[in-house]
Design a protein around this ligand. Sequence first.
Ligand SMILES: [Zn+2]
Length: 267
Amino acid sequence: MIKERGKNKGTGITIHPLLVGFWEVDQSMHTFGFDMGKRTKSCCYIWLILGAAQKILVDTGCADPEWTRQYHRPMDADTYKNPIEALAAKGIRPEEIEIVINTHLHWDHCFNNDLFPKSRIMVQKKELQYAIAPLPIHALPYESQMIHMRPPWVKAVERIEAIEGDLEISPGVAVVTLPGHSKGFQGVLIDTSKGRHLIAGDTCPKEENWRGNSQLKHIPSGIHVDLEEYFKTFEKIEKIADVVIPGHDPRVMESPVYPLGSGNYGS
Ligand SMILES: [Zn+2]
């Protein structure tokens, strides 16, 4: 159960977005039906949560540039870091990560689950079920066996825990189901000293998704399984989150740590 908003204030939990790579995409891939033909930079992040009872990592990033180029899209090789390098910059070794939370099982969010040998891996049961047999249009993002690929999450399947619904993972850190972009998508809601921060991931890949425009209060991603559920998800976010951190937005890097102004690297 998620505690009511307003309780648990004043925790020392911090969120550290770590860039592992970026690519360029059509903006409408992120903002469904808008900005077609406009190129935009899309960043791939993993999210380190410090100051909770356990060391937690949200998502494990994408493949290396060669794989990414071959199967998905051109990637900037110079800025690519594998997650072990990215965590080393924060002084964290992979075996120190106790919990991995996969927001969902698209390739660029779970590719490196196997690099965290001591970690429990938490995925929504509905996401696992869908990842096994997605619709053909989603076969590539899942690197599905349907198209003769080996889904990346299979590499550490024995450590995956299939969870169901909203759940407090550690005091001040909860997963919340946000279906729409994928069947079993989960965001991570974190009590911080400056309100409840949501790691929204691909539910709001860019700031524009949450901020909306003159036509829509909030804009779904161009990649989705269910728009009805997606708009209910937006209503849920309005109720539970004070700050929404987008999932692929370069502007996330304007602060190395969230909540804003909460300290230095590694704090
Ligand atoms: Zn996705």
